[in-house]
Design a protein. Sequence first.
Length: 180
Amino acid sequence: MLHIELVERCKTNDRKAQLKLYQQYCEGMFCVAMRFLKNSDDAEDVLQESFIKAFQKIEQYSGEVTFGAWLKRIVVNRSIDFLKSKKERTLELDEGYMHITDDDNWEVDESVSLDEIKKAIDSLTDKYRYVVQLYLVEGYDHNEIAGILKISETASRTRLVRGKGKLKELLKEVKYGTGS
């Protein structure tokens, strides 16, 4: 049976035709997914999702390109989307696995002026400055900061600890005259 006939039968939701197309393309499309994902479990998941999407959207297949080329584009897009979501989850988990100690000691050497502290806070990168300002100056807790900045509470804590560390470095430079 020709691919065109199979595709037309798939458009009528013919399960046997869908199975035939799947059998004809699954191995090749698995290889495509593997080239991106480098993990057979992930490739199998993406492959299944791709075929489901292809059969749901098969009405959109116009025949301008081969069915294989159309399906390959779906597999490639799904693979890229999977990698993007995995990267986002990995970044979020990396912050979550960090051991964060809540150090409430914000004491600064008496020789450092309030203006120097404000100047040091202003020189922090935005992602640290916002959290330090919201926590230290505005008095928000991590739950509130997370809501305001649309980040996780863990990310808020991490950024506060890192921002505080950078702030201490900047203030040491001021105290010992190595700063600007």
